[in-house]
Design a binder for this molecule. Structure first.
Ligand SMILES: [Zn+2]
Length: 451
């Protein structure tokens, strides 16, 4: 199927024929908590899901839709506005204006903000959001039709514009914006930008989707990261409609962690690597965003759901025990058996000699190294070890043994949430967060964790 046809499929929404009565049934069904999650975590999640989600503060479906105020501009109900937002508040010098598309629905509803390239070299987000802002998806009769939209969608394809122009993860002052929230208006440059974004864009949102890729030197299988004990984040993480959710609070100062602290639902999507346009990750991102919009009942149609969901609270690392040049045999997304050879290492100084790297567990490889230079101890794969749900997962592997991500192979069938098999993975994140063990690698210019 061509990319254009795929997009057609996405926008056509094959789920339209879904029987209406089923929608009624699912309305008040409580969210499930996978029964094999570690008991402590399960209790935390259950407690959070049991607590009442506070009623939306800024809108009510009973009253009519009002004008949306953004950046001193008034946007009428049913209108699309393309505008610019200045990252810095200055009278002289560069203000770093970034493009923002606002679709303000004619019906009342929540405000969702969708962001790309908080890290300037992560281009899957900008690509997906540029498509999403285009005529394939927005307009009369399209997926996002302002005349039927309930609520407001704000799309910002590139947040870190100066980093994007320099093809760099960071801001020009060398700081990582995704470690600076909520920021400070009197502190350093990146912190000022974070604070402006925080006050005018983040705090005024009900839900946030933040799009990322792996940092240089590695690549991610499409996955969601969310704090499942945060009720709204739990809901939008599941409604994204893909298989893998890593349950964690996010790094300190990250948009996700800080937004959650303020009660705002926020999830991170990760797919592909930096400085690349991974078409599958772009497609899955668009698919997931539309699913979230459908789940929130902002746009018509029923959300698609995956065959199963892996809820992971930990992982294991595959490391090289030798130094040399790496050849990865099992790419990100592969299901691997215990002891399977996932990579080989050769040494240019000793041609003819090679070393096999074996997987310590059976499981799903969610991220693999792409940089060939390794020393003993270098992480080369990030694995979700699996004890349960093996058959379910194996049914969704392609000829190469890679998971076919929901949304990457056209429109899958619509199904009830309780038809989705939850597969939980116990454990912990070494170093405290999913990417911590990738660490600082000197040859990739001090780039650090991913998200
Ligand atoms: Zn990132």
């Amino acid at each position: 199927m061509s990319k254009a046809e795929d997009k057609e499929n996405l926008s056509a929404g094959a789920v339209k024929e879904s029987p209406a009565p089923r929608a009624k049934r699912r309305r008040h069904r409580p969210l499930k908590v996978a029964n094999q999650l570690p008991q402590k975590r399960r209790k935390e999640i259950e407690k959070a899901l049991g607590s009442k989600v506070p009623s939306p503060k800024k809108w009510s479906r009973e009253i009519g839709s009002k004008t949306h105020l953004f950046n001193r501009k008034r946007i009428k109900p049913g209108a699309i506005r393309k505008t610019e937002y200045n990252l810095l508040d200055v009278e002289i010098g560069d203000e770093w204006p970034i493009p923002v598309t606002i679709i303000h629905g004619s019906r009342p509803g929540p405000i969702i903000t969708i962001l790309g390239a908080i890290h300037g070299n992560e281009l899957v987000g900008p690509l997906a959001l540029t498509y999403l802002c285009g005529p394939n998806f927005i307009g009369e009769g399209k997926d996002i039709d302002p005349s039927t939209l309930a609520g407001t969608i704000r799309i910002i394809p590139i947040v870190n514009l100066p980093g994007y122009r320099r093809q760099s993860r960071k801001f020009p002052d060398g700081r990582d914006l995704n470690r600076c929230f909520p920021g400070n208006s009197e502190s350093n440059t990146t912190s000022r930008v974070a604070n402006r974004l925080w006050k005018s864009i983040i705090e005024t949102s009900d839900h946030i989707i933040d799009l990322h890729t792996a940092a240089p030197g590695r690549t991610n299988m499409p996955q969601i990261r969310a704090n499942l004990a945060h009720p709204d984040s739990n809901k939008i993480a599941r409604s994204f409609g893909i298989e893998t959710i890593l349950d964690n609070v996010g790094p300190k100062g990250s948009l996700r962690r800080t937004a959650n602290k303020s009660g705002i639902g926020c999830i991170t999507y990760e797919g592909g690597g930096s400085n690349e346009a991974d078409p599958e990750s772009v497609q899955v991102a668009i698919y997931g965003i539309l699913n979230v919009l459908r789940s929130l009942r902002m746009i018509p149609g029923y959300p698609n759901r995956p065959y199963f969901r892996i809820l992971a609270s930990g992982s294991v690392w595959i490391r090289s025990d030798q130094g040399g040049l790496l050849d990865v045999l099992a790419p990100a997304g592969s299901f691997v058996e215990e002891d399977e050879v996932v990579a080989t290492i050769t040494d240019p100084e000793r041609p003819g000699v090679s070393h096999d790297v074996h997987s310590p567990n059976r499981g799903l490889l969610i991220c693999t190294a792409t940089h060939p230079f390794v020393t003993a101890g270098t992480p080369i794969g990030h694995l979700l070890p699996m004890k349960r749900g093996i058959k379910t997962l194996q049914n969704r592997l392609d000829d190469e043994g890679c998971l076919i991500i929901s949304g990457s192979d056209g429109e899958p069938p619509w199904r009830e949430d309780d038809e989705v098999e939850d597969i939980s993975i116990e454990g912990e994140w070494l170093g405290g967060s999913p990417d911590a063990e990738w660490g600082n690698i000197e040859h990739i210019s001090l780039e650090e964790e991913s998200e």
